[in-house]
Design a protein around this ligand. Sequence first.
Ligand SMILES: [Zn+2]
Ligand SMILES: [Zn+2]
Length: 244
Amino acid sequence: MRKLGHEIAASLLELFLPASCLACGQPPVREERAVMLCRGCRNEIEPITEPLCTCCGQQFRNSGGGNHLCGLCLSDHYHFTMARALLRYTPPITKVISRFKYHGRTAALKTFRTLHEQIPVPGLIDRPDLIIPVPLHRKRLRERGFNQALLLARAFYPDHGSLIDFAVLERQRYTAPQTSLSGKARRQNLKKAFRVKNSEVVAGKRVLLIDDVFTTGTTVNECAAVLKKAGAKEVAVLTLARVD
Ligand SMILES: [Zn+2]
Ligand SMILES: [Zn+2]
C-alpha cells in the first residue's frame, strides 16, 4: 500500500511538473514532448533495422545481404516462430527502462507507445489472436506493484485490449532474477517456471508474447514452449528492446 501511495504521488508529480527528458532530465522542447526525450537522447536511441535474423531478430552488422537465419536459429534453438524488438538495448533507453521497471516511472509508457507507432517491426505477425504479456510471479508482482510486460502490451496495443490475456499464462515458481545468471543457469532457473492455466484459451491460436527486454531469449522461449505444448498454433515475440 505504501509503495502504491508512493507511485501515485510520483504520477501526480509528473502531471504538474514541467516535462523532463526521461533519460537525462533536461526539459524537452514542445515537439519532443510526445516521446518525453530531449533531442540528444532521442537521437541516441537505436531502432533495430534490417538485415536481421528472421527468427530471433538479432541485427546483423556490416552485412550488405538480406535477412537470414543466425547460427543459433539454424539449429532450431527457439520454440517461437519469430522475435522482434523495437530498439537495441543501449543507453539511453536502458536508463528509461530501468526507471520504468524499478522506480515506477510509468510516464515512460507514453514514450514506448509512440516509439511503437513510429518504428517499423519487419516481419512481425500483424493480427495475433491473443496477446500475452510475460507474467510475473505473484510475489514479484506484489513487490513491484505492476507487471511491466502487461503495461507494455497495453501501451503497444491500446485498441486491442480484448486480445490481451494476462491470466492464462502463469508464473508458478518464484525464480532468481535472470539478470543475475547466465547461459545454462538461466535455462535451469526457468525450468517449469510457467504453466498455461487453461489450454482451451490458447489452442489453435496465434499468440504474440510481450516482454520488456530480450536478453538471451530464455524467458520468452520458455513461455513459447509451454504455450506450444498447450496447443498454440504459433508464438511470436515482441519486446521493447533487445540485447545484441
Ligand atoms: Zn535527454
Ligand atoms: Zn536468430
